[in-house]
Design a protein around this ligand. Sequence first.
Ligand SMILES: C[S@@+](CC[C@H](N)C(=O)[O-])C[C@H]1O[C@@H](n2cnc3c(N)ncnc32)[C@H](O)[C@@H]1O
Length: 279
Amino acid sequence: MYRKSYIDIYLKNGFEFDEAKNEVDFALDTLFNFTYKDYMLDKQLENWQISKLIKVITERVTTRRPIQQIIGQAYFYGHKFFVNEYTLVPRPETELLVSASLELIKNIPTPKVLDIGTGTGCIPLTIAMENQTAYIASVDISPEAIETAKKNALFHNVLTNVKFFNSDLFENVQDKYNLIVSNPPYIPPQEKENLQIEVRDFDPPTALFTKDEAGVEFYKKIILKAKDYLLENGYIAFELGINQANLVKEMLEMNNYADINIIKDYNSIERIITARTNC
Ligand SMILES: C[S@@+](CC[C@H](N)C(=O)[O-])C[C@H]1O[C@@H](n2cnc3c(N)ncnc32)[C@H](O)[C@@H]1O
């Protein structure tokens, strides 16, 4: 079977061409290490590979489970991460949060970073791979997410500079940091029915939903306590949901933060907010 035949399975099940093509290429890469040249020359698969690929694609198109969860891997900032039903599939928007964080700490000789709600560990591990002087503590309320993040740390051989532990926000955090970064849950509960099936039925609910109708309860809780955990002139960096930038900006202003900066994503949505403690 040629690559086009696998794309056709998606198309027959109502998927768009671009998504179909990207997912077939992703599957060929992650399952069988296909290279760009292999795609271009339409390299043929062995029988066991055909069976495996058809099984994966059939599960994808019939259940709508994200292909990254079916295969168990995702790409983030050019690196591979293990994912599963306990971890959010890392999103391209979150790469902007990592870039903003790296920028904030670039002139600090040995920056200390706290990541709240680590999931796969994609944020702290990428920061550690890009800035070898950084020390990062990462927390999550989900023990399964922490186990997955540790597996990713082992895979990337980033074990000395990143520590993972269970904590409900700051509950088990003791130290002080130059930067607190977080991509917290930010989807209001009433939005659940409007979500894509892939997100609504397969991303872990603790990674997605807040209890309040504006989706900002985690920002509020983190901002209220952050100063107890930030070093002098420490920074805060959040990923934001749609239409949350102004609310979070107001919270930061009310809590006397300075240098507030909002960054838009690829769709011109205000997606990242950063600020500095004013002391
Ligand atoms: C939107 S996901 C982000 C995951 C990952 N950082 C990423 O960007 O892909 C939010 C994460 O926060 C975690 N979380 C939810 N409530 C929490 C809490 N009270 N304390 C710590 N982590 C929490 C979830 O388990 C989930 O892993």
